[in-house]
Design a binder for this molecule. Structure first.
Ligand SMILES: [Zn+2]
Ligand SMILES: [Zn+2]
Length: 456
């Protein structure tokens, strides 16, 4: 017997109520589980007040480092300041790792090991910022020339944030478990310091990290913001020096000579076909001839011409192909003009592309959003600049470098309107916009550190 109209409607209502109750109970249970697991997975996030409490020390460190910059491989006083700073905070400090490198280890029970890197070197740039603490330092460089020195890449800023992060970790040992390895890396501008520290036993003499993090300031983003680029974020960089040989003679008798200037011109144009004709259009690459020197006078054909190139790429195979293509084109063009000798080609200062581990990038982006708010964690694009922080990631350690906004927000907005770019890193006019930029750096770097360490 089938239920009649009203009975049927009643049954439907009962069934509907039962299902709704079941769903509600299920949802409540689910929410309960989420909140419990959420509680157990909430890593400590340093507050605005935490950063304010240590900011004046960070500012003093920054100003002192800015006034006293040191060139790559000469970071002696800077390294001493970093080592002293860590020692006072209770870190076990080793100096002279891979040159002037500093390693500070803070063990705090069982848990993950997190490496936090700052670079320490400055650049031979004359400071023109007009800041009250602008550098007036002049030194003799390795070639014996008098050169000005400036923290034009913000490594002073990175060190101030790094020591502040070390401070927050040491002040809040009850809020994390694991091991922190703070490293002060020399010679980043020569892309040599990271490799030197690794070669000197960074991962064998000291705890090998589960994760490595670093920051770099950027004039592309407004002060107060941070950007994490997932995947490739900076490029492979190779310098290539080429000497092209010809046969010198009188400028009025080119038939008696082999003109290396014309040969150099042919080579430079042919090199431009590597990226435009040989490389997969979806794989970024750059071949720039940044320097050409040859000859002394208009009526003399010289014996040789020297070229200096920078080569950029992301993928290893693109890098290898580009260098092989440069060698092939140079040799072939020299043969085409009957040069007396093959060009000499030297590849140097190799640094690998910086790859931000995608899972780690997503995890850190989420925790930075919790710490700073969604709107201050901005989207960044990969660049063809280079960073030797890549070397730590190349060993298999998941790594992320975060870009810290350094531009005055109003000036950045103006520059976007006018199309006139703001002075960026390596410019004699570059300076991070204080205090927002440094405060954000400290919050971002320390948030990332607490996120990756274990909880008590
Ligand atoms: Zn730089
Ligand atoms: Zn730099």
């Amino acid at each position: 017997m089938f239920p009649k109209g009203p009975q049927l409607a009643g049954l439907f209502v009962l069934a509907y109520l039962a299902e709704t109750m079941f769903r509600t109970a299920g949802l409540a249970l689910l929410l309960c589980l989420v909140s419990i697991s959420g509680l157990s997975q909430t890593h400590y996030i340093p507050s605005v007040q935490d950063v304010e409490a240590i900011y004046s020390a960070a500012q003093t460190t920054y100003v002192d480092l800015h006034e006293h910059p040191e060139l790559s491989f000469h970071e002696v006083e800077t390294a001493r300041k970093m080592a002293d700073g860590l020692r006072k905070l209770g870190y076990e400090v080793t100096t002279g790792v891979g040159g002037n490198g500093v390693v500070g280890v803070l063990k705090n029970g069982n848990g993950k090991t997190v490496l936090i890197r700052t670079d320490m070197d400055a650049l031979p740039v004359p400071e023109k910022t007009g800041l009250p603490y602008a550098s007036k330092v002049m030194v003799k460089d390795d070639a014996g020339h008098d050169v000005p020195v400036m923290h034009a890449c913000g490594h002073d800023f990175h060190m101030a944030s790094w020591l502040s992060t070390a401070t927050l970790l040491s002040q809040n040992k009850n809020r994390w478990r694991g091991t922190v390895v703070m490293i002060g890396q020399p010679a980043e501008e020569r892309v040599a310091g990271a490799a030197a520290m690794l070669k000197d036993g960074l991962f064998t003499r000291f705890p090998k990290p589960n994760y490595a993090i670093a920051i770099h300031d950027s004039a592309q983003f407004p002060a107060g913001s941070v950007a994490v680029v997932s995947g490739f974020t900076a490029a492979n960089a190779d310098s290539v020096d080429i000497t092209i040989y010809g046969k010198g003679g009188h400028g009025a008798a080119p038939d008696k000579a082999v003109d290396p200037i014309v040969l150099a011109a042919r080579i430079i144009l042919s090199l431009q076909t590597i990226v435009s004709r040989e490389t997969n259009p979806l794989d970024p690459a750059v071949v720039t001839v940044g320097s050409i020197h040859g000859g002394t006078k208009g009526n003399i054909i010289p014996d040789e011409v020297k070229l200096e190139l920078t080569i950029r790429s992301y993928k290893d195979e693109v890098r290898t192909h580009t260098i092989e293509a440069i060698q092939r084109i140079c040799k072939a063009e020299a043969m085409a003009v009957g040069a007396p000798k093959e060009p000499e080609i030297k590849v140097k200062e190799t640094v690998h592309a910086t790859y931000n581990d995608p899972d780690l990038s997503a995890r850190l982006t989420a925790s930075l959003k919790k710490s700073l708010g969604n709107e201050r964690v901005v989207k960044g694009d990969p660049i063809m600049g280079a960073e030797d922080f890549s070397e730590f990631g190349r060993t298999g350690v998941p790594s992320v470098i975060m870009w810290i906004g350094a531009a005055d927000p109003q000036k950045l907005a103006q520059s976007k309107q006018t199309g006139i770019p703001l002075p960026g890193t390596h410019s004699s006019l570059f300076a991070p916009s204080m205090p927002d930029s440094l405060k954000t750096a400290i919050r971002a770097e320390s948030t990332a550190a607490f996120e990756l360490l274990d909880q008590p």
